[in-house]
Design a binder for this molecule. Structure first.
Ligand code: ATP
Length: 261
């Protein structure tokens, strides 16, 4: 299977802390990949390196055989981050035009179609400061995909989307990979990752602790599903007794009589 994005021995050190150990990640054509791991494991850091926004301390990244430091390689990547660094004073249309100018492209017609399918076309003339959280996420998705990248890198792409938009994004990503491109999604939604991904990387404390098909990772942990495998491979089993002790300290309210027969 063709490797579209090849990250070789990438690592990142911040100050004296190594937040990402040297890892190899291969993103293959026609595949949806999921990057999983606990809070602080290094998912956003890894995505930053894969998109070229964060230079790695060691290692190199190639996209379609080109070094990611070259603008031509970065043009092959689309990225929608999890936070929302959008310029609030611009309108949605102005923001998309800005992306077009930076990429030296004219994707206005495609952007309009995508916005219509996501239900934000009528809002494009409004300032982003007036957008809801979900509307901002939709605009960011459009900006990430409109130039037709080869590799799409998305941080929690479904968060904040209404069910109709989420279903559209899922169909879009299916079509995107079916066309021979590739998707990398960082997410905490393990059931969706198990359902949608052909390959998962599980990272913990900056190191890859398991990788393979969701089924292979599940079997490696001897678990029934990916959620149980995640718990097993990153920090051990859930302490149900400690949870129960904590919950037992909650004083009962008068309404407790109604909910607990
Ligand atoms: N700007 C920064 N300066 C110093 N350390 C940072 C910075 N950003 C992240 N880190 C550290 O790098 C490590 C990895 O963080 P990262 O944001 O990649 O984790 P994550 O897996 O995306 O977490 P989450 O699931 O909470 O989003 C953490 O230990 C974090 O404290």
């Amino acid at each position: 299977m063709t490797v579209l994005l090849d990250a070789e021995r990438i690592s990142l050190t911040r100050g004296s802390r190594r937040v990402l150990q040297p890892v190899d990640l291969r993103v293959r054509a026609g595949r949806s990949h999921a990057l999983l791991g606990p809070n602080g494991a290094g998912k956003t850091t890894t995505l930053g390196i894969l998109t070229g926004l964060l230079p790695p301390t060691t290692g190199r990244v190639e996209v379609d055989g080109l070094d990611l430091r070259e603008p031509a390689a970065r043009a092959l990547v689309g990225y929608a981050p999890d936070d929302l660094p959008l310029p609030a004073a611009l309108t949605g249309a102005e923001y998309l035009t800005l992306h077009d100018r930076l990429r030296r492209r004219d994707d206005r017609a495609r952007a309009a179609e995508l916005c219509a399918l996501l239900g934000i076309r009528d809002s494009l003339a409004r300032q982003i400061s007036e957008y809801s959280h979900g509307m901002r996420r939709k605009l960011q998705f459009v900006a990430a995909v409109v130039h037709d990248p080869l590799v799409l890198i998305l941080d929690e792409p479904y968060r904040g989307l209404d069910p109709r938009a989420a279903a559209f994004v899922r169909r879009y990503l299916d079509g995107f990979t079916a066309s021979g491109r590739a998707v990398v999604v960082a997410t905490h939604d393990l059931s969706r990752a198990e359902r949608d991904s052909a390959w998962v990387w599980l990272i913990d404390a900056g190191a890859v602790v398991a990788q393979g098909t969701p089924d292979a990772v599940r079997r490696q942990a001897g678990a029934d599903d990916l959620e149980a495998a995640f718990a097993h491979l990153t920090g051990g089993a859930i302490d149900h007794e400690a949870e129960q002790r904590l919950l037992a300290t909650l004083p009962a309210t008068t309404a407790a009589r109604e909910v607990r027969p």
